[in-house]
Design a protein around this ligand. Structure first.
Ligand code: TMP
Ligand code: ASP
Length: 236
């Protein structure tokens, strides 16, 4: 398997073709952005942590029957993934009020929600990734109603699996963002992108200490240490 032509650079990852048309190589970067790219920085070692944490959690999810794009790790900061047609949607699942939910609904950060809340956002930089509902998704032709339902069901199942797994490691899963695609070869729904401290809110179960990208977003310090701690609790 040869690393091929550079295809695309996002805020946190670079994507390359490979000698296999159905596979892509993802390189995780140390670059960090927040607030729609208005805040920029570097989190030393983040690329390697997010690559390994994502690989670990994709494998865990696969073991529980969730299809993901993950194929295998390629060194410290690279992974091989299946090619997919990615929906222009972000699916957020929340167990505890925080971030934009707290702001939008006036809920105290830390309030345990009576049941998980699922939200969809339109991935569109020019529009600043707005929150959208099922009717908006239909108008914009972003996914069929069946696909939206399947993403919602899969996101809630991912939540159950991750909550149980992380709580055994003394981590509360506050909320997280998922992306989905349709695999090029089999046309089935796949979990894509990453599952990492960049895309999840993770609080220490005992102290409530934030062990995720909010340390960078909110200038809390100890950013690298938090990422390293998540890697340690998950992989040892
Ligand atoms: P929010 O409270 O800012 O809407 O974030 C909800 C979750 O989604 C949180 O775990 C962080 C994650 N997230 C991303 O992964 N990418 C993003 O661009 C945003 C805004 C949030
Ligand atoms: N990564 C996103 C951005 O740069 C937002 C975030 O994660 O807070 O806009």
């Amino acid at each position: 398997m040869q690393k091929g032509e550079f295809l695309y650079e996002g805020k946190a990852k670079k994507i390359f073709r490979t000698s296999e048309p159905g596979l892509l190589l993802v390189e995780y970067k140390d670059d960090a952005t927040a607030f729609d790219g208005r805040k920029k920085g570097t989190i030393v070692g983040k690329g390697a942590v997010n690559n390994q944490v994502s690989a670990h959690l994709f494998q865990l999810l696969e073991q529980h029957g969730i299809p993901t794009h993950f194929v295998e790790l390629r060194g410290d900061r690279e992974m091989l993934v299946r090619r997919a047609r990615v929906f222009a949607l972000e699916v957020v699942v929340r167990n505890i009020a925080a971030g934009s939910l707290s702001k939008r609904l006036g809920l105290a950060e830390g309030l345990v929600l009576p049941a998980p809340v699922v939200e969809t956002y339109y991935k569109n930089d020019a529009l600043h990734d707005p929150l959208i509902n099922d009717d908006h998704i239909r108008v914009l032709n972003l996914a069929t109603p069946d696909e939206v339902q399947a993403m919602r069901t899969m996101a809630l199942r991912v939540n159950e699996i991750l909550v149980a797994y992380l709580s055994n490691r003394k981590i509360r899963l506050v909320d997280f963002k998922l992306e989905f695609g349709i695999s090029q070869d089999e046309g089935r729904l796949l979990l894509v992108d990453e599952v990492s401290p960049d895309t999840c809110r993770l609080w220490d179960q005992d102290t409530g200490e934030k062990l995720d990208k909010d340390r960078f977003r909110r200038d809390l310090g100890g950013v690298e240490e938090a990422y390293a701690e998540i890697l340690r609790r998950l992989i040892g």
